[in-house]
Design a protein around this ligand. Structure first.
Ligand SMILES: CC(C)(COP(=O)(O)OP(=O)(O)OC[C@H]1O[C@@H](n2cnc3c(N)ncnc32)[C@H](O)[C@@H]1OP(=O)(O)O)[C@@H](O)C(=O)NCCC(=O)NCCSC(=O)c1ccc(O)cc1
Length: 142
């Protein structure tokens, strides 16, 4: 089973629209932050180190879905619960559930690929198979 990692966000005044509710792109920004935090908490080195040692640039999105259930406002503390819902050959699905305590605020999924710069086309990015060691770090032992 994949690990679940929780990333905490404090909503600031500047995250909200004039009505005082969180402006929707910020939920995607926090999911992106939680995706990176997930790998860091699982023990995966930062992308800049993987770029230097293995040529892995990062995990860009190829697809994303978000659903909104309740508004949030400044002063709220939100928890982004993140796990890998599915590992495919070259992509994986990051599932995010954003809660305010027990209350479901928003949920989303991101389909991401591990990419490199191909040596013969260094200006491009290209998907590679999900690295087995990264997958193992993100998986519970039992
Ligand atoms: C990622 C790509 C280089 C992959 O292209 P290719 O190398 O030619 O690979 P393929 O077309 O063979 O596809 C590879 C896999 O992706 C899957 N794929 C490709 N497109 C899709 C979509 N739309 N949905 C689902 N799966 C997809 C495909 O099925 C393959 O999966 P497997 O079945 O597991 O093998 C190319 O699709 C691309 O450049 N897409 C645009 C990426 C982009 O610009 N995203 C938006 C911004 S990225 C970003 O914000 C970011 C966040 C975090 C970071 O660390 C870095 C960047």
């Amino acid at each position: 089973m994949t690990k679940t990692v929780v990333y905490e966000v404090e909503v600031m005044f500047g995250d909200c629209d004039p009505a005082g509710i969180v402006f929707y792109p910020n939920f995607s920004k926090w999911m992106d932050a939680s995706s990176l935090n997930f790998f860091r908490q699982c023990g995966v080195p930062p992308w800049r180190e993987l770029l230097r040692t293995r040529g892995i640039v990062g995990t860009p999105l190829v697809e994303a879905h978000v659903r909104f259930f309740r508004p949030a406002s400044y002063g709220d503390r939100l928890q982004v619960h993140t796990h890998v819902g599915e590992w495919r050959h070259k992509v994986f699905i990051h599932q995010h559930t954003i809660r305010r305590g027990d209350e479901l605020i928003c949920e989303g999924s991101e389909t991401r690929a591990f990419v490199i710069h191909p040596p013969d086309e260094p200006d491009r990015i290209k998907a590679i198979p999900v690295p087995a060691d990264v997958r193992a770090l993100c998986t519970d032992d039992q």
